[in-house]
Design a protein around this ligand. Structure first.
Ligand code: NAD
Length: 515
């Protein structure tokens, strides 16, 4: 067992810890409770958290029951309905978000290391995530004071205006691929808007979110109890309890499309709370023959293999114009060994393990399907190195197939890509849009007219030209079709946490005079 606190000195306080480090015996595993009403509350059951690099248990967390979640929701409800948060000014909320950004920046090294230990992504990528997490809090800290209503020129002797108000108690449900960063994408706008929250990280990767809650508890005294609550546990129990709660006003969810479907059903059967969904994708990365070959090779590989391919917007279908198909695929294969698999804490590592054993098995099962229905170009095995044998590693894998194979249609969410040839612009568009998803797309060409025609006709929420994957807090993120509802980040992101109230003030002192 690895006790990361003892081994790495990552955590200074024992506030959320039940099991303490005892020097006489072997180090006890750190056990986290739920963070509810500014306190740490135990649940009856616990769950192991595993380091995917070596399969060891690194911490224990609460396995929340429906009752545990209901308690957290009750705290958030009370804080929203009656607590001082209700009277907080936008300036105060903004300052709290700036303080959160400062905490993340100050503790970025510890949080990045913990993120890597817990989800397996290379440390350099975790460091970027922490910087983006802080930027997100800063953006919404600044935005808090810029949210306002409008006055409307109604045809009457009246003053008509809108007020922007927080939607209420928000349930924030987060996946495992960018744990703290995706929590910030929801928490930033929710708090800026004046909501209170119950935040549930993914069962596999709760540690940075819990450490963030600890940092907030210890350092941001201005945040009233019950505004930020964190519960951990299984999706179908703890997540579902948030979704079905009659006291939650909104669910902001990021995760798989099938889970999104279950959430809509849960919402329909409870209180019709508002929902935003950031779901899966099968995004096309499209290369015309005039694209620069070096940039294309780099962009094709980066577009899908960053973060082990565990990226919602991964360019997992690489569409290549016929006349350069063989050349580009050969260059990708030639370059593949540069994606160095290894200990994700090593700064030279370019690809870490997948998040869990279950996920590794899922990705391998798709590789098996691919071997039968498509042509394997490279990869497809677990690495042979002894150092990696206990980790959930799989080689970056390239297939060639048509767009109708299962590996070209279903989201694999790992380092597996399908290369698909196309003839011309219309053909590329038809293949690109022939998917139930619509999260992202990228087009590579030196012909700007062609690029712009493609941009207009691609059915996706994000379209990149001559690049793939940059993501900015200033710009909206979200999908068309079955990739989701609503948008995160930017000004659009805060809309998801606001209600609009129309206020009409009659300025005439005469009776209506109808009867
Ligand atoms: P998942 O849907 O299995 O789980 C996501 C979260 O939902 C977890 O916290 C989980 O506990 C919870 N959950 C599971 N079942 C639930 C239920 N019935 N009710 C309520 N909550 C439930 O997804 P995952 O495997 O963690 O993440 C991978 C998926 O997330 C991929 O499909 C990926 O494309 C998607 N994703 C999308 C975006 C985006 O911005 N569109 C970003 C990252 C990941």
């Amino acid at each position: 067992m690895v006790h990361y606190v003892a081994h790495r000195g990552a955590v200074r306080s024992n506030a959320p810890v039940r099991g303490r480090h005892n020097m006489k015996t072997k180090p006890q595993l750190k056990t986290y409770k739920n963070f509810v009403n500014n306190d740490w509350t135990a649940s009856k059951k616990t769950r192991e958290v595993v380091n995917p690099f070596n399969g060891t248990t690194i911490a224990m967390v609460a396995e929340s029951s429906r009752k545990d979640v209901d308690d957290a929701v009750a705290a958030a409800r009370e804080a929203f309905d009656r607590g001082p948060w209700r009277e907080s000014t936008a300036q105060q909320r903004g300052r709290i978000l700036f303080a959160m950004a400062d905490l993340v920046r100050k503790h970025a090294a510890m949080l990045a290391e913990l993120e890597t230990l817990n989800c397996g992504k290379p440390i350099v990528e975790s460091e970027f995530d922490m910087s983006d997490t802080a930027s997100c809090f800063e953006y919404y800290g600044g935005l808090a004071t810029k949210i306002h209503g409008e006055t409307l020129p109604v045809p009457d002797n009246a003053l008509n205006m809108t007020l922007r108000e927080p939607v209420g108690v928000a349930g924030l449900i987060v996946p495992w691929n960018y744990p703290l960063m995706l929590a910030a994408w929801k928490l930033g706008p929710a708090l800026a808007a004046g909501c209170t929250v119950v935040l549930k990280p993914a069962e596999q990767t709760p540690l940075t979110t819990l450490e963030f809650a600890r940092l907030v508890q210890e350092n941001i005294r201005e945040l009233p109890p019950g505004v930020l609550n964190v519960v951990t546990g299984d999706g179908p129990v703890a997540g579902r309890a948030i979704v079905e709660s009659m006291k939650v006003d909104k669910v902001a969810f990021t995760g798989g499309t099938e889970t999104g479907r279950a959430i809509l059903k849960g919402v329909a059967d409870s209180n019709l709370k508002k929902v935003s969904l950031e779901l899966g994708g099968k995004s096309p990365n499209i290369f015309f023959s005039d694209a620069d070959l070096d940039a294309a090779t780099d962009g094709a590989l980066f577009g899908v293999f960053i973060n082990q391919g565990e990226v919602c917007s991964a360019g997992s279908r690489i569409l290549i114009q016929q006349d350069v198909f063989k050349k580009l695929v050969a260059r990708m294969k030639e370059t593949l060994p540069r994606i160095r698999l290894g200990d994700p804490l090593n700064r030279e590592t370019k690809m870490g393990p997948l998040v869990s054993k279950d996920h590794l098995q899922k990705v391998e099962s798709y590789i098996e399907i691919g071997r039968k229905e498509a042509k394997l170009i490279a990869g497809g095995r677990r690495p042979s190195s002894n150092q990696l044998k206990n980790g959930y590693f799989i080689e970056p894998t390239i297939f060639e197939s048509g767009n109708n194979s299962r590996i070209a249609r279903e989201e694999i969410f790992g380092p597996v890509v399908t290369c698909i040839p196309f003839k011309n612009e219309d053909d590329a568009l038809e293949i690109a849009n022939d998917t139930p998803y619509g999260l992202a797309a990228a087009v590579w060409s030196r012909d700007i007219f062609r690029c712009l025609r493609m941009v207009k006709r691609l059915r996706a929420g994000i379209v990149w030209v001559n690049t793939m994957q940059p993501c900015y807090v200033e710009s909206p993120w979200g999908g068309y079709k079955q990739s989701g509802h609503g948008r995160e980040l930017s000004l659009h992101g805060i809309e998801e946490f606001l209600e609009t109230k129309q206020v009409h003030i009659n300025l005439s002192e005469q009776p209506i005079g109808w009867y």
